[in-house]
Design a protein around this ligand. Structure first.
Ligand code: PAF
Length: 293
């Protein structure tokens, strides 16, 4: 049996452990999570283990990234199960600070990344990205890793964190990891646990719609047409589409017309009360260019 994982719950304890690893010249990776670990998280951990000699996984269900009426209270929590998975995955430290460690009395700071955060998930979840950016800044300062890994499922979050780290000169490399999917294509997410049987059967249509849309866009169908048809398909099947957009993969600004360069399709849609997100890279098909005469 793998030895039980070391669990650290205080900022001071975490700093002490990192200082010890630094003395030993170990390369350190951080995988920030909110727990309820699933194979998607385990793939981030596997990548962290490939890249670094010591791996920290943080578990903190961050209240400041949930809006009013969102699922903070209902968010799945399973510390015992998570620790068993982390032990099995060979993680060195589970960092599990509580809210008092993270938000001392008088806490008054917010990190806001302008530009990337106002649209898409930022429009439907006001304050969400400030909550994420603030907590990730704190985790990076507390764990001082060489690298930190985030899933591409939260594509807007990944770009926001990269921007923030560059702007604040935080000395860490931010790596993205590809979306992990169920066998039927549904992106893995802790929130999939909320879906009832009928919704779970319907959920993979989100990914299939993105794939079909990517095909149409590559074939030269204008973005406006492809988007409208795909949104209609999802709504007709029982989704409530929050947004479905084709955007520039770096700036997240909408693109229109026939694709002339790679882009990304991002979607958020509700099945009942459960909000699912997904995304896919899209690119125009290489067409034979006429030779200049
Ligand atoms: O992606 C998540 O699970 C969270 O947004 C993160 C990065 C752990 C910050 O709370």
């Amino acid at each position: 049996m793998a030895p039980a994982i070391s669990t650290i719950r205080t900022v001071t304890g975490m700093r002490r452990r990192v200082a010890q690893w630094r003395n030993e010249e170990r390369k350190i990776a951080l995988v920030p999570t909110m727990g309820a670990l699933h194979p998607g998280h385990l793939s981030l951990i596997a990548k962290a283990r490939e890249k670094a000699e010591r791996v920290i996984v943080s578990i903190f269900v961050n209240p400041t990234q949930f809006g009013e009426g969102e699922d903070f209270d209902a968010y799945p929590r399973d510390e015992k199960g998570d620790l068993a998975k982390l032990t099995e995955a060979g993680v060195d430290v589970a960092y599990i600070p509580d809210a008092r460690q993270m938000f001392a009395p008088g806490f008054a700071t917010r990190v806001h990344v302008k530009g990337l955060t106002e649209r898409l998930c930022g429009a439907s979840r006001p304050g969400h990205f400030d909550g994420v950016s603030t907590i990730v800044t704190k985790l990076l300062l507390q764990c001082a890793p060489d690298l930190a890994i985030f899933g591409e499922k939260d594509y807007q979050q990944l770009l926001t964190i990269k921007r923030m780290v560059a702007d604040l000169d935080i000395p860490v490399e931010i790596l993205g990891a590809p979306i992990e999917r169920e066998e039927d294509g549904l992106a893995r997410s802790s929130r999939n646990a909320y879906l009832n049987k009928r919704q779970r059967e319907l959920a993979p249509l989100l990914q299939r719609t993105l794939q079909d849309m990517a095909y149409d866009l590559a074939e030269g169908r204008p973005v406006e047409d492809a988007t409208a048809a795909s949104a209609f398909r999802l709504e007709s099947a029982g989704f409530k589409v929050d947004y479905l957009e084709v955007v520039d993969p770096e700036t997240l600004q909408p693109v229109d017309g026939v694709l002339s360069k790679p882009a990304r399709t991002l979607v958020a849609a509700y099945l009942g009360k459960t909000r699912l997100i997904d995304n896919l890279g899209v690119k125009p098909k290489q067409r034979n260019r006429k030779r200049a005469s």
